[in-house]
Design a protein around this ligand. Structure first.
Ligand code: NAP
Length: 355
């Protein structure tokens, strides 16, 4: 297993992490998280054996049951791995039972610690942007949790680039803990964050933890053009709901290329899609989700090989989305200067070549 630094921090995370959104048995957004305690223990063992050192959950997954099962399944191994969880989801009907107010963050953290059966959270995320709470209120609460020894690192999820930059500025001004990472949606069929978020993360030293790397299963390779998704799959149950819109035509063209690479490599399509994410220098860890232990073992086998630069370039070109302004226009400026004077230093300069 490869271990990467989480942004500019000194913390190393496995290139593949285990996501536990499927743990617990409660309905979440139209599909059922089917992984019970026995299966959770199996998945955690499988991940530990592969060298995974980061386990991701959230207080909202199966109404907290995912955290409880993760704590149980880790047992004594908890002390040698990293646990990340999140706060924001509604946990009750009260006016303060959701979001990122100081009141809710402090209480939700205590609840997560209790369910996880641990005395600290290694990476504590705010699950999304809370437009109803001033950022400095949330950042002060998170900082207090770090000072109290209940949280080691703070992070965000599903923020826009400007929201993270604003938060980093507040942290710097007030001397508070800064977001060490963002947990964001990224895959061969969802490359939006390349426009603003990834360059910002590279520039500011913010790590990237990728969620839904297979776009909810679409990139596993088991779905075919012109055929309905099998009903017993998550995609069959909820379609694109929950993982954004997919350009299906480009998606299937990308899958054709991924299938060819998978065939030549004797690997699965899912492994190709996961390894494409690992080829991105900005990505710290790819959070794998699996309904069965067999799927998990298949996905974790991606850690045993890497794509060649030519394979990455082919996948890049086939999956290249339409770029919004000002990305497409800025590229021309940087590309012209790079071709004359050589690429500027910086982790993402390779994205601005002329061809
Ligand atoms: N921060 C956030 O807002 C956020 C949001 C979502 C997720 N997450 C995190 O990211 C983790 C992963 O997300 P995800 O579960 O959506 O990941 P994903 O990789 O996009 O989708 C996983 C699903 O794809 C199918 N699949 C996976 N591997 C397969 C394989 N080898 N062969 C065939 N099918 C396969 C399975 O569903 P079927 O078998 O039913 O097809 C599985 O449940 C979550 O557990 C959670 O920790 C975070």
């Amino acid at each position: 297993m490869e271990y990467r630094f989480l942004g500019a921090s000194g913390l190393r995370v496995s290139a593949f992490a285990l996501g536990t959104m499927g743990f617990g048995g409660a309905a979440t957004g139209g599909w059922v998280a089917t992984i019970d305690e026995h299966a959770a223990r199996e998945q955690v063992r499988c991940a530990l054996d592969a060298g995974v050192n980061l386990f991701d959950t959230a207080n909202g997954y199966s109404k907290g049951e995912s955290e409880r099962l993760l704590g149980l399944a880790l047992g004594p191994d908890r002390d040698r791995v990293l646990v990340s969880t999140k706060v924001h989801s509604r946990v009750g009907d009260g006016p303060n039972d959701a979001g990122q107010s100081r009141w809710h963050v402090m209480r939700a953290c205590e609840d997560s610690l209790r369910r996880l059966g641990t005395d600290r959270i290694d990476i504590y995320h705010v699950h999304g942007f809370d437009g109803c709470t001033p950022l400095d209120e949330t950042l002060r609460a998170l900082d207090d949790l770090v000072r109290a020894g209940k949280v080691r690192y703070v992070a965000c999820s599903n923020f826009a680039a400007w929201q993270i930059t604003k938060a980093l500025g507040i942290s710097q001004r007030l001397g508070l803990e800064r977001f060490v990472a963002t947990q964001s949606y990224y895959s061969l069929v969802a490359r939006e964050l390349e426009n603003e978020l990834l360059p910002m993360c590279a520039d500011q030293g913010v790590g990237v933890l990728v969620w839904s790397p297979l776009a909810g299963g679409f990139l596993s390779g088991k779905f075919m053009r012109d055929a309905d998704a099998p009903g017993d799959t998550r995609r069959g149950m909820i379609g694109e709901l929950g993982v954004g819109h997919i350009d299906v035509e480009r998606g299937y063209a990308t899958l054709d290329v991924a299938r060819e690479i998978a065939h030549a490599r004797g690997a699965s399509v899912a492994q190709v899609a996961l390894n494409w994410l690992r080829s991105r220098p900005e990505v710290s860890s790819v959070i794998i989700g699996a309904r069965t232990t067999e799927q998990l073992a298949d996905n974790l086998a991606a850690a045993t090989w890497t794509l060649s630069p030519d394979e990455v370039a082919l996948l890049d070109a086939t999956s290249e989305p339409v770029r919004p302004y000002p990305t497409w226009y800025q590229r021309q400026f940087t590309a012209e200067r790079s071709s004359r004077n050589g690429a500027p230093p910086g982790a993402f300069s390779y994205r601005f070549t002329t061809d």
